[in-house]
Design a protein around this ligand. Structure first.
Ligand code: GDP
Ligand code: CA
Length: 308
């Protein structure tokens, strides 16, 4: 059974840890978000791809939720001491990967191939693809102005409310090689409990990817990133409240209109089918440990009617 998962960073990676324990990783394709990518200190950083990569290869710092375990910060301390750009936290081990990726990109290798090379070297079994090789960057419009995603998220600690999200470059972007094949040939499509706007929204902003989901002939199941109407971490609930008008399952489902058949939520299921004919399924979705992530992945596959 072939499975394709759209995933952002931390929520995506936690969920994928469950997915690879119930699905053969060789049958799994992960389509990752690149709207958060950022150039810092001359390096190309792909935070969401790296969260997935580090988590699935056992290198992630589970407690911090991002970056690598057993990390040190000497390089960044040096940068700060020299008055360099130190607002974006990059550990020493992490920096090594960004050096290699940046070198590959600079020599003309597309991001998808660079990612494949890094994933292979780290022993990732599943296929990890960036949504696109083309430049696609997420911007948020706030009362304090419009900011590149990481300037708002990390630099300003996502303190500003968001009125709108833009995906610069998305209309012209093509899906990265392998993405459309994976989506078209999957037996089940899953959307991880990632931020609907800034993680999944940036993937679906690639027109070919949205169309592939809209023409799907197999079930697509999304897992809500909200537990009882609240984000486990980060600004997803505030964004939904302000931009979608609420944080109920119907508001989450509306973010994925036309792209999903089932929404898995962690709250009582609304009495009626959600708008767009989306079926709602309730289960515990808090991924406190591997077992919980595994149970959630199994529930999502069950909700798709997938044999296991
Ligand atoms: P980011 O790119 O690192 O910000 O991460 P994602 O977009 O992939 O995931 C962020 C979302 O994950 C947040 O909205 C959280 O509410 C959600 N999230 C994190 N842990 C859990 C969990 O255990 N269960 C559920 N349902 N959502 C989670
Ligand atoms: Ca992200």
């Amino acid at each position: 059974m072939k499975v394709a998962v759209l995933a952002g960073g931390v929520g995506g990676a936690r969920f994928l840890r469950g997915v690879v324990s119930v699905v053969d990783p060789l049958d799994l394709t992960i389509v990752g978000n690149v709207g958060d990518d950022v150039e810092v200190l001359g390096l190309h950083v792909s935070p969401d791809l790296d969260s997935v990569l580090y988590t699935l290869t056992g290198l992630a710092d589970e407690e911090r939720g991002w970056g690598r375990a057993d990390e040190s910060w000497h390089a960044l301390e040096t940068v700060a001491g020299l008055g360099g750009e130190a607002w974006f936290r990059l550990g020493d081990r992490d920096l090594g990967l960004h050096l290699v990726r940046t070198e590959l990109l600079r020599s003309g290798v597309p991001l998808s191939q660079a990612t494949e090379q890094l994933a292979h070297a780290l022993g990732l079994e599943a296929e990890l693809l960036p949504a696109t090789d083309d430049p696609l960057r997420t911007f948020v419009e706030t009362p304090a102005g419009t900011f590149p995603f990481q300037t708002w998220f990390v630099g300003r600690g996502h303190r500003d409310e968001v009125d709108a999200v833009h995906y610069a470059g998305a209309p012209e972007a093509s899906a990265a090689p392998g993405v459309l094949d994976a989506l078209d040939s999957a037996d089940v499509l899953l959307i991880a409990p990632s931020n609907p706007y800034v993680s999944i929204g940036a993937i679906l902003a690639v027109p070919e990817i949205r169309r592939a989901l809209e023409r799907r002939s197999v079930p697509c199941v999304a897992v809500s990133p909200l537990v009882g109407g609240r984000a486990v971490k980060g600004p997803a609930d505030r964004m939904l409240a302000r931009m979608a008008g609420g944080t109920t399952p119907a508001h989450v489902a509306a973010c994925y209109e036309g792209a999903i058949d089932v929404l898995v939520v962690d709250e009582p299921v609304p009495p009626a089918t959600l708008p767009g004919g989306v079926r709602c399924v309730a289960t515990r979705t808090l991924m406190t440990d591997l077992e919980a992530a595994q149970r959630l992945a199994a529930s999502a596959l069950d909700a798709a009617g997938a044999p296991r």
